[in-house]
Write a protein that binds this ligand. Sequence first.
Ligand SMILES: Cc1ncc(COP(=O)(O)O)c(C=O)c1O
Length: 365
Amino acid sequence: MKGYRLMIPGPVEVAPEVLAPMNEAMEPHYGPDWTAYYNETLSLLRKVFRTEGDIFLIPGTGSAAIEACLATAVGGGGRVLIPNNGFFGDRLEAIARSYTAEVEVLKYAIGAPLDLVQIEKALATGRYDLLAVTHCETSIGILNPIRDIGAVCRRHGVRFMVDAVSSLGVDRLEMDAWGIDLCATASQKGLESPPGLGIVAVGPEAWAFLKRQESPGWYLNLTLWQHYADDWADWHPFPITMAVNNVKALRAGIERILTEGMSAREERHRQVCMHLRRKLEGMGFAMCLTDEHTAHGLTAVQAHPEVPVADLLQAVKENDKILMAGSLGALKGKIFRIGHMGPSATVATMDEAVEALSRSLKNLL
Ligand SMILES: Cc1ncc(COP(=O)(O)O)c(C=O)c1O
């Protein structure tokens, strides 16, 4: 697969200075030098999550981060509400159900906007301990209104968990201001670094709740990670052998993000997304979502009426060495997705993608 441009919704292409640490000699994951570097990295990440809370880097992927949140919050018992409008909502549900029988779902059609009134009504029953939701539902690219959902959760004293695997570093997320207690993400999308780290942020007010739970498990138990962060703070502030090179690459990615500035970066992704949408519409493609509902790290496009998605993507791959993505589950074959997160989110790259699609489409019609 060497030499292909990645225009998929993750993993994303990474800058040379981010890739370089993956090739550096091994070093120990403990001791004062490493611990200082690690803690500085967490401080930089706090700026990305916009939190004063605790951050944990868990070797694994986004799913490990999500599982750690759910296992710790409700694995010892507790009722979860999951508003679900897509494949990754189903994933949240599956992970939650593997820990507790008390999972209730507000099910929406894939890509349909969540109904805040319905969510508020459900929380007003007082039945739930936790609400868990995806921010960007990557299977179709809808951005769920987590700021408003956070306000509803606060009004009803319900803890709030967000799957921000494909949104953090792309779309605005303000962990503390929006009342998010647990936020899970991964290294390989908006944080523009290689896959290999699941990342969890725990908000300042979440610990009182988490510590009351009798959370099961060891590796994905956040109270255990917090214990090591305190107990071994001076030399080894986590319970396992840290993936040192991945952390260094992630650090390089975060430095790039903070140098650009969070607001400037969010605006760049928004502009690039709108530019691409207008160009694709100009070619006759229909978007899956309105401008108002789309996330800005990927664009979901309805299949051309005369050309199967698989043929179009294969042609773009062969002719232009660009990889775009189909979708998952019920959306397979019906839509395709163009990823634009991180360094490749530029107007010039989107123009190349559109030209490639246009050439391949002409050949196939
Ligand atoms: C919203 C969302 N949640 C969870 C995941 C799973 O993440 P991972 O593949 O890193 O385990 C993804 C991956 O695409 C995602 O987009």
